[in-house]
Design a protein around this ligand. Structure first.
Ligand code: PBG
Length: 323
């Protein structure tokens, strides 16, 4: 009589393990973030993110060509303007850096989905994601600026609008603004569940978007909260979000799972800058096996419920999966 379960039967060989594998990472699931900087002949490696570069438009075509070669299906664009001001004008300028980049990519290829990050923090002199009133970001005055940003991005040819500003009502307002401008077919990928996380540190070097005073805790979420995440996801769905982003990913796997269980929409995990830099630093020191760790981490995000992963490792993963 068998008195215990023999789980190892299903792990006997690589072929058997392949047969029963439940989740698989695919290059089709990946989004690669790009930092486009105004100016010429710029290709700056971000100090805290080895392997990640800020590039000017003259380096963009070769970058896109590389992504196409690797089969990466989409990019997420961030802009770094020359001039910033109190109201983040560069974000909604028809000729802003991101709008230019979108047009340039679209004239190069139709095989890549261009996702535009819709936020003001890279464009405001104070580094916050909206306009400031009484030392805090004013929700309702900021909304029209986010709508203008989204509409100009769609006009430039963006395939998906990804608002990351965490103002209340941003999905509703942006959805309406897009519809009124004739972009009923452009989906909104909402940064629905975005925590006020210390894991964004290296990104703020990359995007030059560190708040000049205070922090983002009055608009981004407290890492201690779970129910609040479910409320945020629910209201964004009601307001018309087509995708839900959970951000960061690694410390928030439980949230990814719960959001996925509650909402039958594509869930996106944002494997953020700090999560990238930690792995890079350890692997540059020879302390971990970078490839194995990254593949394990990203596969775990899929197991947790992510359908799509935004990651600075996208190119490496595409190369590893090709091998
Ligand atoms: C803009 C934005 C941020 C990130 C994505 N969009 C920064 C922030 O909110 O401070 C962070 C991405 C990363 O850390 O990789 N609001």
């Amino acid at each position: 009589m068998t008195t215990f379960k023999r789980h190892r039967r299903l792990r006997n060989s690589a072929t058997m393990r392949n047969l029963i594998r439940e989740t698989e990472l695919k290059v089709n699931d990946l989004v690669y973030p790009l930092f486009i900087v105004e100016g010429e002949n710029i290709r700056n490696e971000v100090k805290s993110m080895p392997g990640v570069f800020q590039i000017s438009l003259d380096y963009l075509n070769q970058e896109i060509e590389e992504l196409l070669q690797l089969g990466i299906p989409s990019v997420l664009l961030f802009g770094i303007p020359k001039e910033k001001d109190e109201v983040g004008s560069g974000a909604y300028d028809e000729n802003g850096i991101v709008q230019q980049a979108i047009r340039q990519i679209k004239s190069q290829t139709n095989d890549l989905l261009v996702i535009a990050d819709t936020c003001l923090c890279e464009y405001t002199s104070h580094g916050h994601c909206g306009v400031i009133k009484d030392n805090d970001v004013d929700n309702d005055q900021s909304l029209p600026l986010h709508v203008k940003t989204a509409v100009t991005q769609a006009q430039a040819g963006a395939d998906i609008i990804a608002p990351s500003n965490m103002m209340d009502g941003f999905v509703k307002e942006i959805r309406e603004g897009l519809d009124e401008a004739g972009f009923t077919r452009i989906p909104v990928m909402s940064y629905a569940v975005k925590y006020a996380s210390s894991f964004y540190g290296p990104f703020r070097d990359a995007a030059d978007s560190t708040p000049q005073f205070g922090d983002r805790k009055t608009y981004q979420m407290d890492p201690a909260n779970r129910l609040e995440a479910l409320r945020e996801a629910k209201s964004d769905i009601e307001e018309g979000a087509d995708f839900l982003i959970v951000k960061p990913a690694l410390s928030y796997m439980d949230i990814i799972r719960e959001v996925k269980n509650q909402h039958p929409v594509p869930v996106v995990a944002y494997n953020v800058s700090g999560e990238y830099s930690m792995v890079k630093a350890a692997s540059l020191n020879g302390w971990i096996d970078e490839k194995a760790v990254v593949l394990e981490k990203l596969t775990s995000m899929k197991r947790a419920g992510a359908d799509i992963i935004i990651t600075y490792f996208a190119k490496d993963v595409a190369r590893w999966l090709q091998q």
